[in-house]
Ligand binder design. Structure first.
Ligand code: ZN
Length: 249
C-alpha cells in the first residue's frame, strides 16, 4: 500500500521540471520492503523538491510563508504570476491533509487570488488542484495552483467538456456520492431531501415557501442596510497582511 505512491513518486521524478535541482535517493524494492513507514516517509521527503524548497535548501521566489504553508512562483508559469501554494508538511493528495490545515490553505489561497487581481491587474484567477496523476498531478507534494487570468491570455486549459448523460447515470452518481458524503459528514438520516425535488409542491407548501422567501428578502435587506452603515473593508488590507507575514520583513 505504501510502496505504490512511492513508485509513482519515482516515476514522476523522471519527467519533473525541477529534476535538475534534485539528487534523488533511489532504493531497491527489497530495501523498500524492509523500511518502516517513518523511514519511507522520510525518504519521500528527501526525494521531494518542494520539501527542499520549504526547508530552504533549494531557492525559490517566495510570495508568502507562515507556519503551515509556503507560496512560491512557478518557474514555468501558465501565465506570469502563477503561484504554487504548498503545505509545509509533505502530503501527496488532499484526503491526507488534516481539516485545520486544508482550511488554512484555502484561506491563504483566497488572499493570494485577491493579490493577483489587485497587484497584477489580473481580470480573473483560476484556482485548481491536480489530485492524482490522472488529474494531471506531476509532483508528489500537494499544492494549489493560483493562476492570474486575462481575457486575451490564450490559455485553453479549462475548456471542460459538457458530456450528455442519462438521468439514470445522474441518479447513480447522486446516490453513490450522497451516501458517501453522508458517511463522511456523519449524517445518519438518508434521503430526506431527495424525493422533494421530484414532487410538485402542494399549494400549502408553495405558500410557506413564498412566505419564507419574503422573510429572507426582508432579512437580507435589513442586513444590507446594516452593512452599508458599517465602515467598508479596505481590500488592500489583504495585501498588507501578506506583506506583514513575509519572513525577514
Ligand atoms: Zn514534499
Amino acid at each position: 500500500m505504501i510502496i505504490e505512491p512511492l513508485n509513482i513518486l519515482f516515476n514522476l521524478i523522471g519527467n519533473f521540471k525541477y529534476k535538475q535541482y534534485l539528487n534523488a535517493i533511489m532504493v531497491t524494492e527489497e530495501e523498500l520492503a524492509n523500511m518502516s513507514p517513518e523511514q519511507i516517509q522520510e525518504l519521500q521527503k528527501q526525494n521531494c523538491i518542494f520539501c527542499h524548497i520549504i526547508s530552504g535548501r533549494v531557492a525559490s521566489k517566495k510570495i508568502y510563508e507562515d507556519d503551515k504553508v509556503l507560496a512560491i512562483l512557478d518557474i514555468n508559469p501558465s501565465n506570469p504570476g502563477h503561484i504554487l501554494l504548498l503545505t509545509k508538511e509533505h502530503y501527496q493528495i488532499m484526503p491526507q491533509i488534516p481539516d485545520d490545515i486544508i482550511a488554512h490553505v484555502f484561506m491563504v489561497a483566497k488572499s493570494l487570488s485577491h493579490a493577483c487581481l489587485r497587484a497584477l491587474n489580473a481580470e480573473g484567477t483560476n484556482i485548481f488542484i491536480a489530485n492524482g496523476a490522472p488529474a494531471g498531478q506531476k509532483a508528489s507534494h500537494f499544492m494549489v495552483h493560483i493562476i492570474p487570468r486575462m481575457k486575451t491570455d490564450g490559455l485553453n486549459m479549462f475548456n471542460l467538456a459538457e458530456k450528455k448523460v442519462s438521468d439514470d447515470v445522474l441518479e447513480q452518481m447522486r446516490t453513490a456520492l450522497k451516501n458517501k458524503v453522508n458517511e463522511l459528514f456523519g449524517i445518519k438520516k438518508r434521503e430526506p431531501i431527495d424525493m422533494d425535488d421530484k414532487k410538485q409542491p402542494s399549494e400549502e407548501k408553495k405558500h410557506v415557501e413564498k412566505q419564507k422567501t419574503k422573510n429572507n428578502q426582508d432579512k437580507k435587506k435589513q442586513h444590507e442596510e446594516k452593512q452599508e452603515n458599517k465602515e467598508k473593508p479596505n481590500l488592500d488590507d489583504i495585501s498588507s497582511f501578506l506583506i506583514k507575514n513575509e519572513p525577514g520583513k
